[in-house]
Design a protein around this ligand. Structure first.
Ligand code: F6R
Length: 250
Protein backbone atom coordinates (compact mmCIF):
# COMPACT_ATOMS: atom_id res chain seq x y z
CA UNK A 1 0.00 0.00 0.00
CA UNK A 2 1.27 3.47 -0.86
CA UNK A 3 0.08 6.48 1.08
CA UNK A 4 0.46 10.01 -0.27
CA UNK A 5 0.00 12.91 2.12
CA UNK A 6 -0.83 16.27 0.60
CA UNK A 7 -1.07 19.74 2.05
CA UNK A 8 -4.76 20.27 1.34
CA UNK A 9 -7.83 19.18 -0.62
CA UNK A 10 -6.72 20.77 -3.91
CA UNK A 11 -3.34 19.00 -3.84
CA UNK A 12 -5.08 15.72 -2.93
CA UNK A 13 -7.41 16.13 -5.89
CA UNK A 14 -4.52 16.79 -8.30
CA UNK A 15 -2.48 13.82 -7.06
CA UNK A 16 -5.43 11.41 -7.14
CA UNK A 17 -6.45 12.64 -10.61
CA UNK A 18 -2.89 11.92 -11.79
CA UNK A 19 -3.21 8.30 -10.60
CA UNK A 20 -6.55 7.95 -12.40
CA UNK A 21 -5.29 9.68 -15.56
CA UNK A 22 -2.21 7.43 -15.67
CA UNK A 23 -4.55 4.43 -15.72
CA UNK A 24 -6.60 5.83 -18.62
CA UNK A 25 -3.47 6.70 -20.59
CA UNK A 26 -1.90 3.28 -19.96
CA UNK A 27 -5.10 1.45 -20.98
CA UNK A 28 -7.55 3.60 -23.00
CA UNK A 29 -10.26 0.91 -22.89
CA UNK A 30 -10.01 0.50 -19.14
CA UNK A 31 -12.81 -0.10 -16.66
CA UNK A 32 -13.00 2.64 -14.05
CA UNK A 33 -14.84 2.01 -10.79
CA UNK A 34 -16.18 5.38 -9.68
CA UNK A 35 -17.47 6.96 -6.49
CA UNK A 36 -19.64 9.93 -5.62
CA UNK A 37 -19.67 12.14 -2.51
CA UNK A 38 -17.90 15.42 -1.90
CA UNK A 39 -14.33 14.08 -1.80
CA UNK A 40 -13.87 13.10 -5.49
CA UNK A 41 -15.38 16.31 -6.92
CA UNK A 42 -11.98 18.03 -7.22
CA UNK A 43 -10.44 14.90 -8.75
CA UNK A 44 -13.21 14.86 -11.38
CA UNK A 45 -12.61 18.56 -12.11
CA UNK A 46 -8.95 17.78 -12.78
CA UNK A 47 -9.92 14.94 -15.14
CA UNK A 48 -12.32 17.25 -16.98
CA UNK A 49 -9.57 19.86 -17.36
CA UNK A 50 -7.17 17.23 -18.74
CA UNK A 51 -9.85 16.04 -21.18
CA UNK A 52 -10.56 19.59 -22.35
CA UNK A 53 -6.83 20.20 -22.80
CA UNK A 54 -6.73 17.16 -25.11
CA UNK A 55 -4.57 15.13 -22.71
CA UNK A 56 -7.11 12.51 -21.68
CA UNK A 57 -9.44 10.50 -23.89
CA UNK A 58 -12.53 8.88 -22.36
CA UNK A 59 -13.99 7.57 -25.64
CA UNK A 60 -13.17 3.92 -24.92
CA UNK A 61 -13.54 3.99 -21.16
CA UNK A 62 -16.23 1.95 -19.35
CA UNK A 63 -17.35 2.96 -15.86
CA UNK A 64 -19.08 1.18 -13.00
CA UNK A 65 -20.27 3.17 -10.02
CA UNK A 66 -20.31 1.91 -6.49
CA UNK A 67 -23.79 2.73 -5.38
CA UNK A 68 -27.14 4.48 -5.64
CA UNK A 69 -29.87 5.55 -3.25
CA UNK A 70 -32.94 3.28 -3.33
CA UNK A 71 -36.00 5.09 -4.65
CA UNK A 72 -34.23 7.90 -6.51
CA UNK A 73 -34.55 8.17 -10.26
CA UNK A 74 -31.46 9.20 -12.24
CA UNK A 75 -33.02 12.62 -12.86
CA UNK A 76 -33.30 13.35 -9.10
CA UNK A 77 -30.65 15.92 -8.29
CA UNK A 78 -29.41 13.88 -5.30
CA UNK A 79 -29.20 10.59 -7.18
CA UNK A 80 -25.72 9.31 -7.83
CA UNK A 81 -26.48 8.94 -11.57
CA UNK A 82 -27.26 12.67 -11.65
CA UNK A 83 -24.08 13.39 -9.66
CA UNK A 84 -21.94 11.45 -12.13
CA UNK A 85 -23.54 13.12 -15.16
CA UNK A 86 -23.12 16.62 -13.77
CA UNK A 87 -19.71 16.17 -12.13
CA UNK A 88 -17.99 14.18 -14.89
CA UNK A 89 -19.83 12.47 -17.72
CA UNK A 90 -21.49 15.56 -19.22
CA UNK A 91 -18.11 17.29 -19.49
CA UNK A 92 -15.89 14.64 -21.11
CA UNK A 93 -16.02 12.62 -24.33
CA UNK A 94 -17.35 9.48 -22.67
CA UNK A 95 -19.95 7.26 -24.34
CA UNK A 96 -22.76 7.37 -21.75
CA UNK A 97 -23.95 3.91 -22.79
CA UNK A 98 -20.71 2.62 -21.27
CA UNK A 99 -21.40 4.26 -17.90
CA UNK A 100 -23.08 2.11 -15.29
CA UNK A 101 -24.74 3.07 -12.00
CA UNK A 102 -27.13 0.77 -10.09
CA UNK A 103 -30.75 1.71 -10.80
CA UNK A 104 -32.29 3.30 -7.71
CA UNK A 105 -35.85 3.65 -8.96
CA UNK A 106 -37.03 0.08 -9.14
CA UNK A 107 -39.90 -1.95 -7.71
CA UNK A 108 -37.46 -4.78 -7.01
CA UNK A 109 -34.12 -3.55 -5.60
CA UNK A 110 -32.94 -7.12 -4.98
CA UNK A 111 -33.41 -7.98 -8.66
CA UNK A 112 -31.57 -4.79 -9.62
CA UNK A 113 -28.67 -5.81 -7.35
CA UNK A 114 -28.56 -9.23 -9.05
CA UNK A 115 -28.58 -7.55 -12.48
CA UNK A 116 -25.76 -5.19 -11.45
CA UNK A 117 -23.67 -7.98 -9.95
CA UNK A 118 -24.06 -10.02 -13.17
CA UNK A 119 -22.95 -6.96 -15.16
CA UNK A 120 -19.87 -6.54 -12.93
CA UNK A 121 -19.01 -10.21 -13.40
CA UNK A 122 -19.47 -9.93 -17.17
CA UNK A 123 -17.32 -6.80 -17.47
CA UNK A 124 -14.60 -8.28 -15.29
CA UNK A 125 -12.53 -6.53 -12.62
CA UNK A 126 -12.21 -2.76 -12.64
CA UNK A 127 -8.71 -1.66 -13.61
CA UNK A 128 -8.93 0.94 -10.88
CA UNK A 129 -11.63 1.42 -8.25
CA UNK A 130 -11.97 4.87 -6.73
CA UNK A 131 -13.26 4.99 -3.15
CA UNK A 132 -14.11 7.70 -0.66
CA UNK A 133 -14.58 6.71 2.97
CA UNK A 134 -17.41 7.42 5.36
CA UNK A 135 -16.71 8.78 8.85
CA UNK A 136 -17.75 5.36 10.11
CA UNK A 137 -15.31 3.61 7.76
CA UNK A 138 -17.86 2.67 5.10
CA UNK A 139 -16.80 2.12 1.49
CA UNK A 140 -19.50 2.33 -1.14
CA UNK A 141 -22.49 1.90 1.14
CA UNK A 142 -20.95 -1.11 2.86
CA UNK A 143 -21.85 0.01 6.35
CA UNK A 144 -20.30 -1.32 9.59
CA UNK A 145 -21.74 -4.79 10.21
CA UNK A 146 -20.92 -8.13 11.79
CA UNK A 147 -19.79 -9.59 8.47
CA UNK A 148 -18.50 -8.31 5.13
CA UNK A 149 -21.08 -8.66 2.32
CA UNK A 150 -19.55 -9.84 -0.94
CA UNK A 151 -22.07 -9.25 -3.78
CA UNK A 152 -24.05 -6.13 -4.73
CA UNK A 153 -26.79 -5.77 -2.15
CA UNK A 154 -29.47 -3.57 -0.61
CA UNK A 155 -28.33 -1.88 2.58
CA UNK A 156 -30.06 0.05 5.35
CA UNK A 157 -28.10 3.26 5.85
CA UNK A 158 -26.86 3.89 9.39
CA UNK A 159 -27.96 6.96 11.32
CA UNK A 160 -24.44 8.40 11.07
CA UNK A 161 -24.48 8.10 7.26
CA UNK A 162 -27.97 9.62 7.05
CA UNK A 163 -26.80 12.55 9.18
CA UNK A 164 -23.56 12.95 7.19
CA UNK A 165 -25.47 13.00 3.89
CA UNK A 166 -28.30 15.24 5.13
CA UNK A 167 -26.19 18.24 4.03
CA UNK A 168 -27.09 17.44 0.43
CA UNK A 169 -30.86 17.25 1.07
CA UNK A 170 -33.40 19.78 2.39
CA UNK A 171 -33.47 17.83 5.67
CA UNK A 172 -32.36 14.51 7.17
CA UNK A 173 -35.94 13.25 6.69
CA UNK A 174 -35.46 13.38 2.94
CA UNK A 175 -32.34 11.20 2.89
CA UNK A 176 -33.33 7.76 1.54
CA UNK A 177 -33.04 5.05 4.21
CA UNK A 178 -31.80 2.38 1.83
CA UNK A 179 -29.23 2.12 -0.93
CA UNK A 180 -27.94 -0.39 -3.46
CA UNK A 181 -24.22 -0.93 -3.22
CA UNK A 182 -21.45 -2.96 -4.73
CA UNK A 183 -20.28 -5.41 -2.10
CA UNK A 184 -16.70 -5.88 -1.00
CA UNK A 185 -16.34 -8.62 -3.63
CA UNK A 186 -16.20 -6.33 -6.67
CA UNK A 187 -14.17 -3.75 -4.74
CA UNK A 188 -11.56 -6.32 -3.77
CA UNK A 189 -11.49 -7.80 -7.30
CA UNK A 190 -10.40 -4.42 -8.72
CA UNK A 191 -6.80 -4.52 -9.95
CA UNK A 192 -5.96 -1.29 -8.17
CA UNK A 193 -7.85 0.66 -5.50
CA UNK A 194 -7.49 4.42 -5.13
CA UNK A 195 -8.83 5.82 -1.84
CA UNK A 196 -9.28 9.58 -1.39
CA UNK A 197 -9.82 11.20 1.99
CA UNK A 198 -9.89 14.79 3.11
CA UNK A 199 -10.51 16.64 6.35
CA UNK A 200 -10.09 16.06 10.07
CA UNK A 201 -13.49 14.38 10.36
CA UNK A 202 -12.07 11.36 8.47
CA UNK A 203 -8.87 11.03 10.56
CA UNK A 204 -10.23 8.49 13.06
CA UNK A 205 -11.83 6.31 10.36
CA UNK A 206 -8.63 6.37 8.29
CA UNK A 207 -6.56 5.36 11.31
CA UNK A 208 -9.00 2.58 12.27
CA UNK A 209 -9.11 1.29 8.69
CA UNK A 210 -5.40 1.19 7.96
CA UNK A 211 -3.70 0.98 11.37
CA UNK A 212 -6.25 -1.19 13.19
CA UNK A 213 -7.45 -4.78 12.87
CA UNK A 214 -9.40 -6.01 9.82
CA UNK A 215 -12.95 -5.80 11.10
CA UNK A 216 -16.32 -5.59 9.27
CA UNK A 217 -17.29 -2.89 11.78
CA UNK A 218 -14.71 -0.77 9.92
CA UNK A 219 -15.49 -1.87 6.34
CA UNK A 220 -12.52 -0.09 4.73
CA UNK A 221 -10.16 -2.20 6.86
CA UNK A 222 -10.58 -5.05 4.37
CA UNK A 223 -8.43 -3.02 1.97
CA UNK A 224 -5.41 -3.97 4.10
CA UNK A 225 -5.39 -7.31 2.28
CA UNK A 226 -5.77 -5.84 -1.23
CA UNK A 227 -2.46 -6.13 -3.13
CA UNK A 228 -2.50 -2.67 -4.72
CA UNK A 229 -4.01 0.20 -2.75
CA UNK A 230 -3.05 3.85 -3.18
CA UNK A 231 -4.36 6.14 -0.44
CA UNK A 232 -4.23 9.86 -1.20
CA UNK A 233 -5.22 12.11 1.65
CA UNK A 234 -4.64 15.58 2.94
CA UNK A 235 -2.68 15.96 6.15
CA UNK A 236 -5.82 16.55 8.23
CA UNK A 237 -7.32 13.22 7.15
CA UNK A 238 -4.03 11.34 7.55
CA UNK A 239 -3.15 12.85 10.96
CA UNK A 240 -4.19 9.75 12.92
CA UNK A 241 -2.27 7.37 10.66
CA UNK A 242 0.84 9.52 10.84
CA UNK A 243 0.56 9.66 14.65
CA UNK A 244 0.30 5.87 14.67
CA UNK A 245 3.68 5.77 12.90
CA UNK A 246 2.48 4.53 9.50
CA UNK A 247 4.98 5.71 6.85
CA UNK A 248 3.64 8.08 4.18
CA UNK A 249 5.13 9.63 1.04
CA UNK A 250 5.07 13.39 0.53
C1 F6R B 1 -20.07 7.36 -2.65
C2 F6R B 1 -19.76 6.38 -1.63
C3 F6R B 1 -19.48 6.74 -0.22
C4 F6R B 1 -18.65 7.99 -0.04
C5 F6R B 1 -18.45 8.30 1.44
C6 F6R B 1 -17.66 9.57 1.65
O1 F6R B 1 -20.29 6.73 -3.90
O2 F6R B 1 -19.76 5.26 -1.96
O3 F6R B 1 -18.83 5.65 0.39
O4 F6R B 1 -17.41 7.82 -0.67
O5 F6R B 1 -19.69 8.42 2.07
O6 F6R B 1 -18.41 10.65 1.22
P1 F6R B 1 -17.80 12.11 1.17
O7 F6R B 1 -16.75 12.10 0.11
O8 F6R B 1 -18.96 12.99 0.81
O9 F6R B 1 -17.25 12.39 2.52
Amino acid sequence: MRIYCTENYEAMSRKAAAVMAAQIIAKPDCILGLATGSTPVGLYQNLIAANKAGDLDFSRVTTVNLDEYAGLDGTHDQSYRYFMNTNLFDHVNIDKSRTNVPGGKTADPEAECARYEALLQKLGPADIQLLGMGRNGHIGFNEPADTFTVPTHVVELTQSTIEANARFFASADEVPRKALTMGVGAIMRARKVLVVVSGADKAQAVKDAFAGPIDPHVPASILQVHPDVVLVGDKAALAGLIEAGVPVCG
